[in-house]
Design a protein around this ligand. Structure first.
Ligand code: ADQ
Length: 465
């Protein structure tokens, strides 16, 4: 079996199991099983070029490189997080169309590719992740890399009209054709990509073979999953989860809890969610004193302006709701601005009768899946899920809502509060079965099987005999 090389903006966490999410664990498992290399940014900025640092972590190697301050500003904060992230989530209003950012992005993709190139072996399989590295494969090819290279996009692929607002969209899409396999979260993302290729770039599509710019590649949807059995077991059996569960239930004193867990990000629809909760308390007075909404949202990307503004807005809204509706013995909204260990989260999910996950746009959303996996099958909670999260395609038994429609979300919460045990169990079982079938190992293995077994045959067939 060939060596696996994973490329992503951040490496790991590899050693810290409490912090590592299902995705990191699944990738580390694959790297360990076959001996592999994980390559990306060290997380540090440094103006003296230190090159690539390689360290051994058991059976796998970690290779990291620093960014300079300018690279950090232009590539990471600039093009990745102030341009691609908002644009791919349909927030043209927040997108900074600054050519300097794009230049920085190209430079960093090239720098990282030239850092990896000398470490590569002839028969490596290379798997590149996410929007930070759209141009990485093309840079490697320019250096002469002939290995199988796949790419997976964790965020949505936007519609052609939205993507076309980006000045350098043609070069970015052209760069994607350097990969052998492109993976998207949902069939809708895949459709939008194909639409772009056909309408804007004059390419054509036959099944999952997409031809453009003189190359044919495989493009397919590979919806990402979680370690369903592991998460369910952790929620039910781990000491930390149980302790957190018991603490939460004690604190609730017979009240029901509704939970939301998100990175603090404008794509997650948090202000709208707070407003929907307020609307619930307005329209359904029986919820007052009876329901506690716990929102966990640790700060992310705090040095980008839009994130700081949203944080202020949320503090204002939560203060308003608690001031308006709170009683001396009931705080309606608990808004906590920090990350929790995964085990504690599992206990909190299990202690919550409702999971409220209403992003305005989301590639997949793993929190929705974790919430379901953590439930007690004998008395499961209800998932309310945005119709704009990729997860909705795999989780049709959730209550689907339009996160912009505050009244609809308020009604869905009320509906969830009174859902019968029988209906809750039915929905839970269907959701859980789906999560068990399409878990993170399935996602990883199906992507790699396509890259390693289908793409080479297809590349050979393309070569003139
Ligand atoms: P994210 O936007 O980060 O990921 P999501 O999938 O919801 O979104 O969460 C990723 C992980 O972060 C989950 O495992 C979750 O438990 C953890 N997390 C979130 N908030 C936390 C908190 N307060 N404390 C501790 N852990 C927390 C991107 C895309 C998603 C896509 C994933 C994976 O934006 O759409 O699902 O990648 O492909």
């Amino acid at each position: 079996m060939s060596r696996l090389v994973i490329v992503s903006n951040r490496v790991g966490p590899v050693r810290d199991a409490a912090r590592a999410g299902g995705l990191a664990v699944a990738l580390v498992d694959a790297l360990r099983a076959r001996g592999g290399l994980w390559y990306g940014w060290s997380g540090d900025t440094n103006n003296q070029s230190a090159g690539v640092k390689v360290e051994q972590a058991g059976a796998l190697q970690l290779a990291t490189a620093d960014l300079t301050e300018d690279e950090y500003d232009d590539y990471y904060n600039g093009f990745a997080n102030r341009c691609l992230w908002p644009l791919f989530h349909y927030r043209i209003d927040l997108t900074a169309f600054d050519r300097r950012y794009y230049e920085g992005y190209r430079r960093v993709n090239a720098k990282f590719a030239s850092g990896l190139f000398p470490l590569l072996r002839e028969d490596d399989t290379i798997w590149v992740h996410d929007y930070h590295f759209l141009a990485f494969g093309n840079e490697l090819r320019q250096m002469g890399a002939e290995q199988a290279i796949g790419f997976f996009l964790h965020i949505p692929f936007p519609s052609p009209e939205v993507l076309a607002t980006l000045p350098n969209h043609d070069a970015l899409v052209r760069g994607l054709f350097a990969y052998d396999v492109l993976g998207f979260q949902t069939s809708r993302d895949l459709e939008r990509f194909c639409d772009f290729v056909v309408r804007e770039a004059g390419g054509h599509v036959e099944g999952d073979r997409v031809t453009c710019f003189g190359r044919t590649i495989i493009a397919r949807a590979f919806p990402i999953g979680i370690d369903t059995d592991g998460f369910a077991k952790m929620a039910a059996d781990s000491e930390d989860a149980r302790r957190q569960y018991e603490k939460a239930v004690r604190g609730l004193r017979g009240r029901a809890q509704m939970i939301g867990v998100d990175r603090l990000d404008y794509t997650k629809g948090l202000p709208e969610r707070f407003q929907a909760f307020e609307r619930l308390l307005d329209d359904y007075p029986d919820a007052r004193g009876e329901l506690v909404y716990l929102q966990i949202a640790p700060t992310s990307r705090g040095d980008v302006q839009a994130y700081r503004e949203m944080r202020q807005e949320l503090e204002g809204l939560s203060g308003h709701i608690n001031g308006q509706y709170g009683e001396f013995d009931w705080t309606p909204l608990r808004y906590i601005n920090r990350a929790f260990a995964r085990r504690s989260l599992a206990g909190l999910y299990r202690a919550s009768k409702i999971g409220l996950i209403t992003p305005l746009r989301d590639g997949m959303n793993l929190v929705a899946k974790e919430y379901v996996a953590a439930q007690n099958p004998e008395n499961p909670g209800v998932l309310i899920l945005s119709r704009f999260a990729g997860a909705i395609y795999q989780m049709p038994e959730a209550i689907a809502v339009n996160p912009y429609d505050i009244k609809e979300v308020a009604d869905a919460i009320q509906n969830a509060r009174y859902m019968s045990l029988e209906e809750r169990k039915e929905r839970f079982q269907a959701l859980f079965d789906g999560l068990q079938r399409d878990d993170v190992a399935y996602w990883r293995d199906s992507f790699l099987a396509t890259l390693e077994h289908e793409a080479p045959m297809h590349r050979n067939a393309e070569r003139p005999s």
